[in-house]
Design a protein around this ligand. Structure first.
Ligand code: NAD
Length: 494
């Protein structure tokens, strides 16, 4: 008789997970008293308290990073050594994917199945992508007269200070750590106080994989205390931030006050999706519904403003409504879960508050508009019609599963509606007209234009970043690597 092989399941009991609670400095987990209560988004149960690093702890982390750079000569070794070390780390991230996924699924809004197939697999791939730049991008010899030799010398900054948001904690840690380390820097990273432990675990894996202790330090805490201490630290040579436009402004202010330094800011969005009557409408509806229900709309690039040609508006909205109504709330620790909770009760109340304000301003809810009758912080996928450009659901980044719908009759009208006074992160365009595609791709005011799709691919060479107040600089792509190097002009008289 053949042995029966039970199917492996990724589902797990959230009460059995051991979390690395503490700062991670110089290769050591430093436990500290928790100050911020943490609740599981999937069922609202309190499970831990996040410590808050003050100025002294941040200082200790920065000193550890400086010492590690000096002792290991990380920025000066043969670049291929950095590539190999980072590859060893990504191999371990993949080998430990299940543990990492469980930590993340317990604390965040990311379902365990999506973490294994998506976030973690892609993060390992992206870190490898950046590791490959280490021995390919470098200094340049430049044309001068023949009595001189001119060089543009490329160097790492030293210690990079990074802050990440709660919506995709592992991916965001990879976006910051991958290019900064490949480029020869050390990093002090402050993850969100709502989802810090997967980042701590990734840092532990880095040391386990052989990266010098102190090269990756993680300090836990909130923005006003820990974040301010980090961005204002005189030995932080460059700041790399992903989060809200509000926090981005506070960081710029703090940097201006404490001393000038370069920064990359990846901020909020309110991205439009334009659908023309000649598009594959079923595909468009699937992509649009997917973009606002994936992670319950808690994505910077979520395409939250549907702008659809009037003649096909009913058909497209009906197809989106059907998909919205099909979502099923379930805990992030169940393998089959596809629909995420909102990160916290507070954030869910904020989402609901904007929806209520939108309705008061004349908006009409075609679906959703309320919290789900289910444990945890789930919110119904929501579609709001009858909104003008001043409606709160159009103006505010909601960061929840909320889509607005507006209609147009001409291309100019569509373009006018797509423009947002604050944000310009991403945009979607659904049409089969090639000339229109090029015309609008040129005119849309956004750092990304997706045509006949609305999602990232695994082409990590495409940079991501915002126009307007959606940010400064880019993550991913060559740009993200180069943003972690500075250049020096050297002119030699021969
Ligand atoms: P947030 O701005 O509240 O927090 C992000 C991080 O910054 C956290 O670690 C937080 O503690 C820290 N922080 C807050 N204030 C700070 C300060 N004054 N100084 C230093 N650090 C500070 O954002 P969030 O609520 O965690 O995440 C949601 C936001 O992130 C949304 O606006 C979303 O659009 C944005 N986001 C942008 C991208 C992108 O690539 N553009 C990607 C993901 C998320």
């Amino acid at each position: 008789m053949l042995p029966s092989v039970l199917p492996m399941s990724l589902s797990f009991d959230p009460n059995t997970i051991i979390l690395p609670v503490g700062h991670f400095i110089d290769g050591e987990l430093i436990s500290a008293e928790g100050a911020i209560e943490m609740r599981r988004p999937s069922d609202g149960k309190s499970y831990a308290a996040c410590p808050v690093a003050g100025v002294d702890m941040v200082d200790r982390a920065v000193e550890s990073a400086k010492a590690a750079l000096k002792a290991s000569n990380w920025g000066g070794v043969r670049p291929r050594e950095r590539t190999k070390a980072l590859q060893a780390w990504t191999d371990l991230i993949e080998a430990e994917a299940e543990t990492l996924a469980r930590i993340e699924a317990l604390c965040s809004t990311r379902p365990v199945g999506q973490l294994i197939a998506g976030d973690i697999a892609v993060t390992a791939e992206q870190i490898r992508f950046f590791a490959e730049f280490a021995d390919k991008e470098g200094s340049d010899l430049v044309p001068t007269d023949d009595a001189s030799l001119g060089m543009i010398m490329s160097e790492p900054y030293g210690v990079v200070g990074a802050m990440t948001p709660w919506n995709f904690p592992i991916s965001m840690a990879g976006w910051k750590l991958g290019p900064a380390l490949a480029a020869g820097n050390a990093v002090v990273l402050k993850p969100s106080e709502m989802t810090p432990f997967s980042t701590v675990y990734m840092a532990q894996l880095a040391v386990k994989a052989g990266l010098p202790a102190g090269l990756v330090n993680v300090v836990l805490g909130d923005g006003p205390t820990t974040g301010t201490a980090l961005t204002g630290h005189p030995e932080i040579a460059k700041v790399s931030f992903t989060g809200s436009t509000r926090a981005g402004s506070a960081i710029m202010e703090n940097i201006a006050r404490t001393g000038v330094k370069p920064m990359t800011l990846e901020l909020g969005g309110k991205s439009p999706q334009l659908v023309f009557a000649d598009a594959d409408l079923d595909k468009a509806a699937a992509a649009i519904a997917g973009s606002v229900t994936f992670n319950a709309g808690q994505a910077c690039v979520a395409g939250t403003r549907l702008i659809v040609e009037k003649s096909v508006a009913d058909r497209v909205t009906a197809a989106i409504l059907e998909r919205m109504k099909a979502v099923r709330p379930a805990p992030t620790w169940d393998e089959a879960t596809q629909y995420s909770p909102i990160i916290s009760e507070r954030q869910r109340a904020r989402v609901n508050g904007i929806v209520r304000a939108a309705v008061e301003a004349g908006g009409k809810c075609l679906a959703g508009g309320a919290a789900m009758d289910h444990p945890g912080y789930f919110y119904e996928p929501t579609l709001i019609a009858n909104v003008d450009q001043n409606n709160p659901a159009i103006v505010e980044e909601i960061f929840g599963p909320v889509l607005t719908v507006q209609t147009f009759e001409t291309e100019d009208e569509a373009l006018a509606l797509s423009s947002h006074p604050t944000y310009g992160l991403a945009s979607g365009l659904f049409t089969c007209d090639l000339s229109r595609t090029i015309r609008l791709a040129r005119k849309l005011e956004a750092g990304t234009v997706w045509v006949n799709r609305y999602s990232r691919s695994r082409d990590h060479i495409l940079p991501t970043g915002g126009y307007k107040r959606s940010g400064i600089g880019k993550d991913l792509g060559r740009e993200a690597y180069l943003a972690n190097r500075r250049t020096k002009s050297v002119l030699i008289s021969l």
